[in-house]
Each structure stands twice: as C-alpha cells, then as structure tokens.
Design a protein around this ligand. Sequence first.
Ligand SMILES: *Cc1c(COP(=O)(O)O)cnc(C)c1O
Length: 418
Amino acid sequence: MKAVAISRSVFRWCRNPTFTTRRRLLHHTSTIRMASSNGNGIAVQDDKSALSPAAYDFRSDTVTTPTPSMLQSILSIATHGDDVFQEDTTTNALESFITSLTGKPAAVFVLSGTMGNQLAIRSHLAQPPHSIVVDRRSHIYNYEAGGAAVLSQAQLLPVTPANGMYLTLDEVREAVIDSDDIHYAPTRLICLENSLNGVVMPLEEIRRIAAYARGKGIKTHLDGARLWNVVAAGGGELKEIVSHFDSVSLCFSKGLGAPMGSVVIGEEAFMKRVRHFRKMVGGGTRQVGIATAPARTAVEEVFLGGKLTRTHELARRLAAVWEALGGKLKVPCDTNMVWLNLESVGVDMDDIPVEAKRAGLKWDWERIVVHHQICDEAIDKLEDVLRKLVEKARARGSVLPQDKKRKARYSRPDEDDE
Ligand SMILES: *Cc1c(COP(=O)(O)O)cnc(C)c1O
C-alpha cells in the first residue's frame, strides 16, 4: 500500500511540472521555517511568509538564502543546454539581459566575484612586466588569495586614499608607472571598486580617472560586486557608471541574494578572452541555467524591485542610533554597511558576538551589513545590542586596555587600522 502510494506520487512528481513545483516550494518553505525556528526561536512572521534563516544575520550580505521565486525560476527553466557550447537559453538570456541593462556589448556569467575580477585582469593584460593600480583596501588586493600575482604575473600598486573613502585622480596619477625605464613594471590597468566598504565613489572622480587612463592607453576595470547598491543609493545611472570602464564585474550573490554567480561585462573581443580564460581555470560549466535563472530573478526582484533601498534606510537608522550614543563611524554610511569606530566609545570587539548571540543575532565585529532578508525585529534587537555595548563600555570608563586595541579582522600585522 505504502509502496503504491509512493510510486504514484513519484509518477505524478515526474509527470506534472506544476505539481512538482508546488510540492518543492512547499517543502522549501517548511524547511526555512524549521531551520530558522530551530536557530533563533522566532522565525515565522505570519502564516504566509516565512523568514529566511538569514533574517537575523548581520555578518554579510552573502548569507542571504534563495527566495521561493528564485527556486521557482530553477524549476521553470525550459531548456538545459550546455553553456560551454553557449547553447543554454537561460544563460544566454541572462547575458543579453545584462547587456541591455548595462549598455555594454557583451557579458559572461562567472561562478564568483573573485573569478570575475581575476579573469578580467588576466584578459586585459598581455605579457609581464606589468603593474596594476588598486585601492589598498580593495578586494582584489586583499581578499583574492594573491590571484593577480599568480594568474597574471602582475605587480599590484596599492594606494591608500587620503580622504579615507575613495581614490582621487591625483593619487592614481601619482601611483601609475608611466615609463619604459627598464627598472619598472609599467602600469597597464587601473582597478577601482564601487562601493568599497559600502562607500559610494563619486561619479565625477570616476570620470576624471577614466579620462586620464584613456589618455594614457591604460585599461580600467571596476570591481562592482556591490555596484547595484551604488545605483540604488543614487551614485549614478548604471549605464553611465559602467560606460567609463573597459570592464566591470557585478555580483549576483551579495546584496541581490542569488545563490551564486557574478557577471563580467565589456567589449565583444575582450569578452571572448574572458570566456577563454574562464575555460582555462575550470569555470566553463554545462547546464548552468540552474544558477543563471535565479541570478536573473535576483536582479529583477531585488535590484529592479527596489529592495536595496530598504537595506540602506535600515543601515542609516543603525548608524544614527550609534551616533546618538556618542559613537563615530569609520566611513560614511552610504549604502548597506555600517562601520563602527569601536574605540570612539571604548567598545570591546570581544563583547560584540556575546551580546549579539544573547539577542538572537549573528554579528561579530565592527562591520554591520544589512541585506534584503533582515527583518524589522532584527533591527530593533540590534539597536538594543548597540545600547548594551556602549553601556558596558561606559561602565568600564569608555577606555580599552592596550591589549584590547585590536586590528580589524583580515588586517595585516603591519597595518595601521585607523
Ligand atoms: C565579495 C566580493 C568579491 C568576490 O566575490 P566572491 O563571489 O566572494 O568571490 C569581489 N569584490 C568585492 C568588492 C566583494 O565584496
């Protein structure tokens, strides 16, 4: 009897796509409920909408989980073509959707932001010696496992912006090696990042640097993992910003919440090189529509759907609470990140995970990231945590013992954190 029931349901599962979809979505929703109620106690906002397990997690916007509509998009894919043959309709459609959205002639889906940046760098450069000017705080310089040195044999020239927010043309010009003197590695590429630490780079500065680079025959790449946030924050039109660069990488899995993937955009000939190097590093994939379908849903739902704006508003609210408590920010809160200057009120970084956990939140250092699945209740709780942290600091006289003056996570021993 049981076996019959099972085989009948399996049969229906296979035969009826709508049934399958509904069943799987139901399953997904209940999984979310179980996962989050186990983790945090409070999970279900109302009967209809379950919160993501990421609803109370402020560590990064990478922790978002695919929404039911993203999962639905995977189930609704009509074709399962091979993307190495460029025969996957869903993937081709995503790439042309991105070209129409950005105005760049060509786009290539890649598995991660790091892969996008590294392939772009590799595709711009020919033969060493060569150097790349980057922001000292950039992802390419700090968090890509030294990839540019290995994959492109490039010397990176890191520049620390004097204004603490973004590089200026004067600083870039100062760093560029524009010489055929045999002692040097001439600069062939300038990489900018926008947003960087959540801060929007002014369009005017981008224009100036891009014009200078063009005049010198130096290529430009923008690490736009969070460029969506820049556009949502009024930092320029997407088409205009990307028009200043030879290539741009944009991330689907950060603020937009897709399960994986990034995209590189640029000219056709350049993108052919990107596709070639993507294959070389093992990034050519087959029925990748299961990743590119939810990526497209993420762009439509979260970016075009205007959901990033709320994350920026909530970040500003948290920043305002911190400032009202007497705290300072390390950088302005332009988008979805709040960078707390803990020393300004003597908060001990070690207290953060403790107090956050007590409140049912995940958050562990000076950076707060708000993503689209953060719920209102999590914001209220985090405001309370900020108050508690400052109270604790005040009780200690608002000063940290010398051994508690720590470097930020990821920072190198020789780095002056301020
Ligand atoms: C996260 C991030 C990347 C890399 O993305 P992964 O998908 O994690 O490899 C690149 N640049 C910036 C600015 C990022 O924040």
